[in-house]
Design a protein. Structure first.
Length: 200
């Protein structure tokens, strides 16, 4: 009786959340156990790290509340998570099933670009998740903001399949800062970091 194996109920097994939102990885447990802890496996390199409960970024993971709450999710939170409990007189361990988390958002390759007059430049960005739409904007030196109209001549790209913005035949009017917005599964408009373009 003292070593009765706890039973995990993890549902759902996949989550998608907009960057900056809070997400709860739900975990229900039946049986008697002593501790509950979470680990994360990176999707890119498969490294496993312990989740440190600080009651700020990460909340939960207790005997009374084994679910994991991730506050202000960022792109680095994307990965697979699993809960492990200890139970019984000998502190045996049981690992729960994986929970996949994808934090959707915009990742910029660089925040500063320099380009020669009359040259071409590509503001490289990656949309993480399942994007529905994307738009680019320019903040000019006179502090006005205008939406970039993709005409496949001066401006190219800015699609969910090719989200980067390519500017050709660069001139002084292209100087300024640029940013893009996109909508994902959460259907809210998210903004990427601002990048500056300097004409040499």
């Amino acid at each position: 009786m003292g070593n009765t194996i706890p039973y995990f109920e993890i549902t759902p097994s996949r989550y998608k959340v907009d960057k900056g939102k809070t997400v709860i990885l739900k975990c229900s447990l039946e049986g008697v156990y002593k501790t509950a802890s979470w680990k994360k496996r990176n999707h890119q390199n498969s490294t496993v790290t312990n989740i440190i409960i600080d009651d700020s970024k990460y909340i939960g993971s207790t005997v009374k509340y084994p679910s994991l709450v991730i506050v202000n999710a960022d792109l680095n939170d994307t990965g697979s998570y699993f809960c492990t409990v200890t139970y019984g007189k000998n502190n045996l361990k049981k690992r729960g099933p994986d929970v996949s988390l994808t934090v959707e958002g915009i990742k910029m390759a660089s925040l500063k670009y320099k380009v020669d007059y009359s040259g071409e430049i590509k503001l490289v960005c990656t949309l993480i998740g399942s994007p529905k739409s994307i738009c680019w904007y320019r903040n000019s030196l006179d502090n006005t903001t205008e939406r970039i109209v993709i005409d496949s001549s001066k401006y190219k790209g800015s699609t969910v399949d090719d989200p980067s913005l390519e500017i050709v035949n660069v001139n002084e009017n292209d100087t300024g800062s640029y940013f893009c917005t996109a909508r994902f599964s959460g259907n809210e408009e998210l903004s990427g970091d601002t990048v500056s373009v300097i004409i040499q």
